[in-house]
Design a protein around this ligand. Sequence first.
Ligand code: URA
Length: 449
Amino acid sequence: MPDVRVSDLIIAKRDGKAVLPNDLAQLIYAYTQDRVPDYQMSAFLMAAFLQGLDATETAALTDAMLHSGVVLDLSATPGIKVDKHSTGGVGDKVSLILAPLVAACGVPVPMISGRGLGHSGGTLDKLESIPGFRTNLTIHEYQAQLEDLGVVMIGQTAEIAPADRKLYALRDVTGTVECIPFIASSIMSKKLAEGIDALVLDVKCGKGAFMKTEADARRLAETLVGIGERFGKDTVALLTRMDVPLGRGVGNWPEVVESIRCLRGETEGVEDLMEVTLALAGEMLHLGGVADSPEAGRAQAQAAIASGAAFEKWGALVEAQGGEVSALHHPDQRPGQPAPVEVKAPDTAQGYIAGIDALAIGYAAVDLGAGRRTKEDAVDPTAGLVLLKKPGEAVQPGDVLAQLFSRKGSQAVADITMQVQGAFSYAASPPVATSLVLDRYTAGGWAAS
Ligand code: URA
């Protein structure tokens, strides 16, 4: 047990009182050591979710989570080490493209990612759908690979922000995800622990994001950048829309397949995904000191895809972490892939696809087996879906809207088919195409204001 009584902290938070930084630190420390049971931590999380945490509490929580493990020193690796983190979305496979792409342009990328959370996917689950891929490298292997290859992608080890690892899994199943202080401290504790010099954040807003409104997403971006700056890291946040799944694949292996295609330059039909990826790549290359501006960085990233350097780096990364490189060259031949089930457009579908509810699609992917409903659930690496229609595309009744991949029983898949069908909306004319990147926030403020 910690020195403070956990029930006192739960009651204080429940009643809207601030918790002292030292008490929060003790709580986090004791929870990480398995000395506070999940039921008490869940009650505290829910109280804090409902009552909020102020800036001092959020900083204390980040600090406690950061120091629940080791803070790595990557100074032996030359160059400015830059990472990117997304606040979570549906079909968001950007990290899989971005990490090898930015490394291919000469900026070292040490990336520590999380698993799926609620309806949103996690980079770690996606990487582990590559047969043989190891995300549990030791810290020594992590440092050595960064030095050799300029890129490494792992999950939190027992040593890196272990408090976040435990809390993340608990939040996932206790309805306590969509909370600015929790998201900010979760992201920043693991990012600050990994030894980076600079960070680019993709702060998502909309139906499929944890922040549904632009105002909340702006507050989250300000909180994240504020923490980054307080810890001495150059931090840039892009505010991006997440109303519709990004790209077409949703789930683990379906997203890996799409990222392979993007790294090979096959980007037709996934312009939305590439818009966000290249914007983030431009920022990373600028912060990493190899591009004079984010725009110049974007052009360098495009050139690295066109030359094949980005795909080559991806192959080297997969090989270094034990993954089967042949799977990258023949992604359609992955063993164990279930047969697709088609979702057809209903009789009312006339004209154009107006929207696809990202939240409904995210939950459909979880139900297909790509995510977890309880902490103990195992994910099915092959489960997920591919959207064959996206907003702006013409549609008629009977057209195939999506293909589902699942090992769940036929009744479950039939229910999910309805869910996916219900996520689509239609209009007589195509929606006006708008940029997904809404704004950019740095310590100097918002770009668009
Ligand atoms: N990503 C994280 O790492 N943590 C969150 O809480 C949400 C998104």
